[in-house]
Structure formats: structure tokens, C-alpha cells
Design a binder for this molecule. Structure first.
Ligand code: BGC
Length: 260
């Protein structure tokens, strides 16, 4: 880590745990390891803000924080976050997250954060022509659309409904573990999802992240796709790293080890 290294704290709020780390924005590397808090049972905005504050304290961080959240950031509230409390949908709910660690926070959808990380550190930074679809398979299915080097936010493709229900309910990482799906069974459920997206959006490339990135070869190799598919460059930490990148993107970055 050089004297001039640009550091940033990124936090990823998930359905079961909240993870945060200081990220060296030069390479997208985690510095000092991951700090984890269990997602509070009710997962209210205040509880989550307090957990982020504890993570910042554990990391010794006092500057701006990037926070990746599941759901659509809609002004002052968060919609479509099935794994968090309904309190997030109330207008003004995000107010307590604007400065959870005593400094400004930048909020971003979790899959968009993974997409931003991919755009910044992955192969797709070289892929400036056409559409890349990033899909994160975890508690739900998150999505990010990357087009010619830009992020198109809040796409929510996992909400697409197939003949057996919402794809994020039947083919997510959680469905794989709770129903003990084999790769073949998962692919049977996921293939129509990819087919539908291919027909509607004509991507040039697919990137898969979230929990599935750890078993990418076993599962993704079962899909029949006309365009290349690869695993997210930053694996399960893509949300944390992307949240940190979002702070710099918002022009709030802090430079130098003295910042934390
Ligand atoms: C939410 C998305 C989120 C995804 C992954 C879905 O339930 O609606 O916003 O990106 O889960 O966490």
C-alpha cells in the first residue's frame, strides 16, 4: 500500500449478514480484512445504520462510507427489498443511513455495486461496445446493466416472472441451498430466465456473481448461451468493493491512510 493509496470503506448489506472492508481503490483489494455483523432480525433502517457504525468503528474508519443495499433506491426510501423490514419502504426511511458512521454515505443497489466493481476492475472495462448483464445469485437475484462502460442502475431483472414463478424465488442462491438443487436442476430453472433476457436485451456478455460465483463452473457450465459468460472478477466481495467505488464516483473520496 503506497502513501498515496486511495482508500474507501465499502459495506454490503445482505439478507443474513452485513459485510464491510476498507478497499484500496487502486486495485480493488480489501485492506485489513472483512468485518461482519449479522443482519438484525427485524433489519430496520436504524438497526442496519447502527451495524454499519460498528463496522466502521471495527475498521477504524471515520470518513465517508459506501453502502450497497438490496432493493431499489427511490429517493428517500428503498423498494423491493424482500429480505429487509417493510419500514424501508416508508418515505424518509433512508435518512438515518445518510451518515451512519458520522460522515456522508453513498447508497447504491447491491447488484449495481457488483456491476460497478466489474466495470472498474473486471474484464468488462475493456468491453465498451454493447451490453453486459451482471447477475448476482444470493438470497435473491440481483442485476446490473453495463452499457458501453456505463452503469444503468436499478434494473431488477430477478423480478422477471417465468411459468413457475419469479425467477429470483426459484433459481436464486437461496433456492439452490434450501431446496438442495443440483446443477442440472438449477439450470433447468435458470435457462428460461437467461433465454428471456437474451431475447429482450441482446447482451454481448454475461457475468455471474454472488454466492454462485464460488460454484460457477459446476452451475454456469450447464447453461446454453450464445454469448460468453464469466465469473465476477471480485467474487463474493464485489458488493463491498463496488460500494467503495461508488463513493469515489460521487466525488466524496478520501485519499491516504490517514483517512482511516
Ligand atoms: C432485490 C434486488 C437485489 C437482489 C439481490 C432482490 O430481492 O429486489 O434489488 O439486488 O435481491 O440482493
Amino acid at each position: 500500500m503506497s502513501e498515496q493509496a486511495e482508500m474507501q470503506l465499502g459495506v454490503d448489506v445482505g439478507g443474513t449478514s452485513i459485510k464491510g472492508a476498507v478497499v484500496d481503490l487502486g486495485a480493488g483489494d480489501l485492506v485489513g480484512g472483512i468485518h461482519t455483523e449479522p443482519t438484525p432480525p427485524e433489519a430496520s433502517p436504524g438497526d442496519v445504520a447502527a451495524a454499519i457504525g460498528r463496522i466502521a468503528a471495527a475498521a477504524g474508519w471515520s470518513g465517508p462510507v459506501g453502502v450497497a443495499l438490496p432493493g431499489v433506491l427511490d429517493g428517500s426510501c428503498l423498494r423491493h427489498a424482500p429480505n429487509l423490514s417493510a419500514a424501508w419502504e416508508v418515505v424518509g426511511a433512508l435518512a438515518c443511513l445518510r451518515a451512519p458512521a458520522g460522515a456522508n454515505a453513498v447508497l447504491i443497489n447491491d447488484a449495481d455495486a457488483a456491476g460497478l466493481a466489474e466495470l472498474t476492475y473486471g474484464d468488462t472495462r475493456l468491453d465498451r461496445d454493447g451490453l453486459t448483464i451482471v447477475l448476482t445469485f444470493g438470497t435473491g437475484i440481483g442485476s446490473a446493466l453495463l452499457y458501453n462502460g456505463d452503469l444503468i442502475a436499478n434494473s431488477e431483472l430477478g423480478g422477471l416472472v417465468g411459468s413457475n414463478g419469479r425467477f429470483e424465488e426459484i433459481a436464486s442462491g437461496r433456492a439452490i441451498s434450501s431446496e438442495e438443487l443440483t446443477p442440472v436442476e438449477w439450470a433447468r430453472r435458470a435457462q428460461p430466465f437467461f433465454d428471456e433476457l437474451e431475447a429482450m436485451l441482446n447482451p454481448n456478455r454475461w457475468v455471474v456473481g454472488g454466492g454462485l460465483s464460488e460454484n460457477f463452473d459446476r452451475f454456469a457450465s450447464r447453461l446454453m448461451l450464445s454469448k460468453p459468460i464469466s465469473v465476477a472478477h471480485l467474487g463474493i466481495h464485489a458488493g463491498v468493493v463496488g460500494a467503495a467505488v461508488a463513493v469515489r464516483r460521487a466525488g466524496l473520496g478520501t485519499t491516504g491512510p490517514a483517512a482511516h
